[in-house]
Design a protein around this ligand. Structure first.
Ligand SMILES: [Zn+2]
Ligand SMILES: [Zn+2]
Length: 411
């Protein structure tokens, strides 16, 4: 399936959805509209009428809510649970996020969120984008696509499908199942009763409204922050040759990492990281949290793509530059094919150099205890890495050369 076929619209308007089995979820509509109206009204109250101290408390509460809800969604619900970045998550981690942190993400239970997200990634494997609940390519125009993937999708009941049923029935930890059952109560407690009760006990009605304002503003901010991953990162970006439905690469933290390199994530979804190399390190704070949990032995060993898999992704993106070539005249076509064969050979050389470097690194880890051959192998690793860089440069330069020559081969 070509990207054009994958991204072709399947619905003309929103009203068409009703005849395809979608229906508005009135309860969700009232809830989402309610917290938006409350956030605006209480925000005006805090900014204009509230005593300065309470306005500050509302702001700090909203910010804390926003950070906690965002990180819980990215770190726990998204990477650890939905994508199984590790096989082992300890009970305290499940409890902290299910009974507390993830509720502040205000995006449904962990179980439901994970099921929807599995369907979202499914389009990269089987191309069935009609079951991707957050698809940003269902409609013919960007405005409808944005409104749908950003918010409207959450307000609708979607038609059932075997894939949806299977995703929802996936076996999950018992704490996740418990949270799913009591999600409404947990939300009522953490988003409303807790801030209102604490606020009233702390400072009477001013405290009551200040903390409620913080809770409502935090809820709205965290929702829109996470929703932008489904809308913005799937609609706009500048990385060419992505294999997935994501568009990538924004210099924008999104909900603490998922906003950047979203295409990298779609190309290698089980990786606990979002983004490769240094930019991945700099723009992905969620991974620091995951590494901290790992250092504390609260989660098991982490999945990450091999250097070879990373290199394959980068090579296929680079080669995408050549796919857009124009029609070539017969003589030029032959010459071009020779160059192209050379480019593919260079790609193979580079990937082989990466594999060799990677296996030496593994060997070196096994030899950590034994001191013999350590210096020797360290030297070999340095040389293998230098070879990787050289082969990569050669391959990239060859693609660029060929790309630059395309106009002279065209009819
Ligand atoms: Zn995505
Ligand atoms: Zn994902």
């Amino acid at each position: 399936m070509t990207p054009e076929e994958r991204d072709a619209p399947i619905y003309a308007t929103f009203t068409e959805l009703y005849s395809r089995g979608f229906s508005l979820d009135i309860g969700i509509c009232v809830f989402v509209a309610g917290i938006h109206v409350a956030a605006i009204a209480l925000g005006v109250w805090a900014a204009v009428f509230a005593p300065a101290d309470w306005a500050l408390v509302a702001g700090v509460w909203a910010l804390s809510h926003f950070v906690l809800g965002s990180v819980s969604t990215t770190l726990y619900t998204h990477r650890l649970i939905t994508h199984n970045a590790t096989k082992k998550v300890s009970a305290p981690v499940h409890l902290f996020f299910c009974a507390f942190g993830q509720i502040f993400g205000v995006q449904g239970s962990v179980r439901a969120w994970a099921a929807n997200h599995v369907l979202h990634h499914g389009v990269d494997r089987h191309g069935k984008k009609e079951i991707d609940p957050y698809s940003a390519t269902w409609f013919p125009d960007p405005l409808r696509n944005f409104l749908w993937s950003h918010t409207l999708t959450h307000l609708f009941n979607h038609p059932e499908s075997d894939e949806r049923r299977r995703a929802y029935k996936a076996t999950r930890h018992k704490v996740i199942m418990w949270q799913d059952r009591y999600y409404g109560l947990l939300t009522t407690f953490w988003l409303f009763l807790f801030p209102m009760g604490l606020g009233y006990a702390w400072g009477g009605w001013s405290g009551f409204f200040a903390l409620l304002a913080g809770s409502m503003i935090g809820s709205v901010l965290v929702q829109h922050n996470t929703w932008t991953v489904n809308s913005v990162t799937h609609m706009w970006g500048w990385t060419k040759g992505l294999r997935s439905s994501a568009a990538n690469n924004y210099v924008w933290l999104g909900p603490f990492g998922e906003g950047n390199h979203h295409g990298d994530h779609h190309d290698l979804p089980r990786d606990y990281r979002n983004g490769f190399g240094w930019s991945g390190w700099l723009l992905d704070p969620t991974r620091y949290g995951i590494l901290l949990l790992r250092a504390l032995r609260l989660i098991g060993p982490l999945n990450r793509a091999s250097k070879r898999e990373e290199a394959e992704v980068l090579a296929s993106r680079k080669l995408a530059k050549l796919e857009a070539r124009s029609r070539l005249c017969t003589e030029a076509s032959e010459l071009y094919q020779q160059f192209e064969a050379r480019v593919l050979e260079l790609r193979k050389d580079w990937l082989e150099a990466v594999s060799r470097w990677e296996s030496l690194r593994k060997e070196s880890k096994l030899m950590q205890q034994a001191t013999a051959r350590r210096d020797e192998i360290a030297h070999e690793i340095r040389a293998a890495k230098a070879l990787v860089e050289a082969r990569k440069e050669e391959f990239f330069a060859a693609v660029e050369r060929l790309h630059a020559q395309i106009p002279s081969y065209a009819n």
